[in-house]
Design a protein around this ligand. Structure first.
Ligand code: CR1
Length: 824
């Protein structure tokens, strides 16, 4: 402890240039972070060196998004110095909790996809997998959300302003990134046509490394984030022509590439700068991967034995064309050889079947920005379509007439002709990879049967499932100390590394004393949340209420509106005195809407409007409260999830690819009210469906309802309470003086076809909520179920997910000597 204290003081003085006697929390947080980083860097160096020494096969996880959140507490826990740090900082006059508050969330992602990437890095580090995360260091992460007059207002997330004590910026290792320019043809010594892409614009990619420690194992992996740097300051011509200010302007322009994260979640934003980001990221990463590979290898055909590259969604899919370009144009390999290398190296994870999220890029844009890549994509496509033809003809379907074949080719082609000629990035990712995986069982089945059915027929082995998982380090141990300590006191701490050990809790569910202790832990977390809400929102929570929580991005398919209709109905029943047996509850909502997503923003407004009305109504507000949590983010999730009793997972069946929040809640003892969707299905199977509140139509039922003609109006006319709730929303009951403010929401349901079947599931949802309320009155039974839920969540560890990726897709093994935890 004395060592840590000395290091902190030394950093306050010599790294931060401050007087250690002026007790600034900001300085002491930064100094502590630097002292912790000092303790990581040796192991990081040793880890990286060991990969070379053991010629380990490396895994590269390519993701345009990460959501690490805050690092301090997690790193202290991983290093096993949390208690030491707490005492040291307390000696210096600080509470560790307060210092941790000084850190800004690294919010370099939109939602589940980015957080999954961060959980995966944590698991690779803990399992001892030689892995690297690659991404972009956006200067501005996901926007900061404030609620003004009930509406979302976006503010810039200037997270870098306060500096980032965790990152090593490596300004001496810059990689060139080229755009535009032209392609020249030439003939090689064997008379083969060759191509050279000559640069138009060049910018530079600077690596920033963030260290990701494993749990108590001395293994520290790297998350390398690229930041755009202009190369004009090196361009002497510019200065010689006297255009100094012009050079500076260009510098600013170039550095725009990594300025900001696109805040759209599952809505495609086909903007030029976004494509630039993708290529910038991809080319720097591939160059870095090959640089490392070439240190030990000359023969490029050995690449797939040494390197596995996982594409996190299609955002980095242009990497396939980039690797082809290098192998063809720089290494001068033959097409077939290069293509085999690519396919064996790449694997692709799909995260959504929403059509509006499937990326396409206009051919005209690609031709201009990346002319050589466009040529390569055309060539990939031509060869692929010939192969499709061959397979189709060779198949035992002689009757396959030309029309069908043409249709098939149109459907699978990399190029879509309408509405504008574009490249389908998902098709490129599928063809260029040896593995395509979905993120939960149902999602993968839908990929095979619907979205990519043609590819499933062409490559029956390619599509496979890897159900998502979450890291128990952050989402149980670090976020929920009261519960973790209780668990550890009965079954030891092994569960943090091996989550299956939680099954040892099962017999304890029958033990009244353990149940009481379990409830006490929940209450402690509810009280912590209460204090936080009081501080932040100046509101007093009732901790004896059932805490019912719906936090995730705002999206129509996630059906926050269904939840809101339940709230309005409960409000009406209470108002009308029809709810004598109502179980008091507080309903929490939280989540960001894409700034350009009109309907999602209106939903936020509606939730806040209903909240204002309900909370102000003294007839009901001791029984029903609604809280909107502004600026939902990783660190907020860490506070809210441990305090939650009811987890809302109510997406339209078939629409939520997996969900990962669902797992975090159950792991922390919340019961789930949910639809038969995503990984919630597998959770129900693992836990026992009778221990969750499952409701609503299933995916196949919705398909047939759609086919037979779904008429939301029938539900409206047939259900009085539903009608009352919708009429209130449409009138000005919640928006006094602003008649029709929420009409778009209601019209979307009644006259817009209700694409997400809110009305179809309303009645069943109400029934399930009634069951919830009733069960909550029986605290012993509620607690028993809560314990069993957590006890059966072992499968949903990201360690299990990563072990499957490693075995079944990457063919990599954990580093020797790390497998049993303690490192060398
Ligand atoms: C899915 O919507 C899933 C995460 C991580 C999201 C969610 O259900 O848990 O990915 N998809 O796999 C996504 O962001 C672009 O697609």
């Amino acid at each position: 402890m004395e060592g840590l204290k000395k290091d902190v003081i030394r950093h306050v003085v010599s790294s931060l240039g401050s007087d250690y006697a002026s007790k600034s929390a900001y300085n002491y947080y930064n100094a502590l972070a630097l002292a912790v980083r000092d303790r990581l860097i040796d192991n990081w160096i040793k880890t990286q060196r060991s990969y070379y020494d053991e010629k380990a096969k490396r895994v590269y996880y390519l993701s345009l998004e990460y959501l690490p959140g805050k690092s301090l507490m997690n790193n202290l826990h991983c290093l096993g110095i949390y208690e030491t740090a707490r005492k040291a900082m307390s000696d210096l006059g600080f509470s560790l909790e307060d210092l941790a508050e000084q850190e800004w969330d690294a919010g370099l992602g939109n939602g589940g996809l980015g957080r999954l990437a961060s959980c995966f890095l944590d698991s690779m580090a803990t399992l001892g997998i030689p892995g690297y995360g690659y991404g972009i260091r956006y200067d501005y992460g996901i926007f900061h959300q404030v609620i003004e007059d009930g509406k979302q207002v976006e503010q810039a997330d200037n997270w870098m302003r306060v500096g980032n004590p965790w990152a090593y910026e490596r300004g001496q290792h810059l990689f060139p990134v080229r755009f535009f320019g032209e392609v020249k043809n030439w003939t090689d010594e064997y008379g083969r046509l060759r191509h050279t892409w000559t640069a138009g614009d060049t910018v530079l990619a600077m690596p920033c490394d963030m260290l990701v420690p494993g749990w108590d194992n001395h293994h520290v992996i790297n998350m390398r984030l690229w930041s755009a740097r202009s190369d004009v300051e090196f361009d002497l011509d510019f200065f010689n022509t006297g255009n100094y200010l012009g050079a500076v302007e260009e510098k600013i322009f170039d550095e725009k590439i990594s300025k900001v994260l696109y805040p759209s979640d599952q809505i495609e934003e086909g903007r030029e700068l976004r494509l630039k980001q993708q290529y910038f990221f991809v080319t720097a990463t591939i160059q870095d991967i090959l640089r490392r590979f070439r240190k030990k290898h000359q023969d490029m055909t050995e690449l797939p034995q040494s390197v596995a590259i996982q594409l996190n969604d299609t955002h980095p899919a242009i990497a396939i064309a980039e690797l082809m370009r290098i192998l063809l144009d720089e290494d001068l390999l033959d097409w077939e050889v290069a293509w085999d290398i690519c396919v064996s190296t790449f694997a692709y994870t799909n995260h959504t079947i929403l059509p509006e999220a499937l990326e396409t890029w206009p051919v005209s844009l690609l031709e201009r920005m990346l002319p050589r890549h466009m040529q390569i994509i055309y060539e990939i496509n031509a060869r692929f379509l010939r192969e499709v033809e061959r397979v189709a003809r060779s198949e035992d379907c002689g009757q396959l007439c030309h029309r069908d074949l043409d249709h098939l080719k149109q459907r699978v082609s990399l190029i879509q002709e309408r509405p504008i000629k574009s490249v389908r990035m998902a098709h490129l990712a599928i063809i260029g990879s040896h593995s395509v995986n979905g993120v939960a069982a149902l999602h993968t089945e839908l990929l095979k049967a619907r979205v990519f059915d043609d590819f499933q027929r062409l490559y029956p082995q390619k599509i496979n499932n890897k159900t998502n998982g979450v890291t128990p380090r952050r989402w149980l141990w670090s976020a929920n100390q009261p519960l973790s300590r209780l668990i550890a006191s009965h079954i030891g701490t092994g569960f943090v590394r091996n989550l299956d050990e939680l099954t040892q809790l099962e017999p304890l569910a029958a033990d009244p004393a353990f149940r009481e202790a379990w409830r006490a832990a929940k209450l402690e977390n509810k009280q912590r949340l209460q204090a936080y809400i009081k501080r932040k929102l100046m509101r007093e929570l009732h901790t004896e209420h059932l805490f019912d929580v719906h936090i995730k991005r705002i999206h129509e398919y996630k059906r926050q509106v269904l939840n809101l209709l339940h709230v309005v109905t409960a409000y009406n029943r209470l108002r009308h005195g029809q709810a004598a047996d109502f179980t008091p509850r507080t309903v929490f909502f939280g989540g960001k809407a894409a700034p350009s997503y009109f309907m999602a923003k209106r939903i936020i407004h509606a939730i806040n409007a209903v909240a204002a009305t309900v909370n102000a109504d003294s007839r009901v507000n001791d029984k029903l409260q609604v809280v909107y949590l502004p600026n939902y983010c990783v660190s907020q999730a860490e506070r809210v999830i441990p305090a939650t009793e009811l987890s809302e997972q109510i997406s339209t069946a078939g629409m939520e690819a997996s969900g990962t929040g669902n797992m975090k809640f159950a792991l922390n003892g919340a019961l789930t009210i949910g639809t038969w969707d995503g990984a919630t299905i597998e959770m129900a199977q693992a836990i026992g469906p009778e221990l969750l509140f499952i409701f609503g139509m299933r995916e196949d039922e919705l398909v047939s309802l759609r086919q037979h003609g779904y008429n939301p109006m029938l539900y409206y006319h047939g259900d009085e309470e539903l009608r009352e709730a919708l009429d209130m929303l449409r009138s000005d009951a919640f928006s006094p003086g602003q008649h029709g403010l929420f009409a778009p929401l209601v019209d979307n349901l009644l006259h817009g076809g209700d694409r997400f079947f809110v009305l179809a599931d309303y009645r069943q949802y109400l029934g399930a909520q009634q069951d919830v309320g009733r069960l909550y009155l029986d605290q012993e039974e509620w607690t028993r179920r809560s314990i069993l839920n957590a006890a059966r969540m072992g499968f949903f560890s990201s360690d299990r997910a990563i072990s499957q990726y490693a075995r079944e897709i990457w063919d990599v093994a954990p580093m020797a000597g790390l497998q049993n935890g303690k490192g060398a």
